[in-house]
Design a protein around this ligand. Structure first.
Ligand code: NI
Length: 135
């Protein structure tokens, strides 16, 4: 099995908030991500496809095609957007890195033409990232 990774970046605003908690509880839980008018992150997305090497192309997946799939189904929907309001696949969700990664997985699942979607890794900051492998 060979693992192929495409990296993309996007910038977006979000506000983490739970209506069932008090203002103080929200602040203690989410910190600056609870800022009333939201705030921004420069997200880094890594999409990994696993598969066998095709005997004709020598590829698991053509990275030009993977790039286009990610840009059309994910980046075009989230880049420079407000994740609380503008993104159909995050509607009604608290836009934590966990929920965004899960949503991105669901956007890409079934659209990968060769190999299998193996993981979606989303960095919210340089030091904090989440990874979803579909299980
Ligand atoms: Ni934040």
């Amino acid at each position: 099995m060979i693992y192929v990774t495409r990296r993309e970046v996007f910038s977006a605003a979000h506000r983490l908030h739970n209506d069932n908690l008090s203002a103080e509880e929200n602040w203690n839980l989410f910190g600056k991500c609870n800022n009333p008018n939201g705030h921004g992150h420069n997200y880094v997305l890594e999409v990994v496809v696993a598969g066998e090497i095709d005997c004709i192309t020598g590829y698991v997946i053509d990275l030009k095609i993977l790039k286009e799939i990610i840009r059309k189904n994910v980046i075009a929907k989230v880049d420079h957007k407000n994740l609380n309001y503008d993104v159909d696949f995050l509607s009604g969700k608290n836009p934590t890195a966990e929920n965004i990664a899960l949503g991105i997985w669901q956007q890409l699942e079934g659209k990968i033409p060769s190999g299998t979607l193996f993981s979606v890794k989303l960095y919210e900051t340089e030091n904090n990232y989440v990874e979803y492998r579909g299980e």
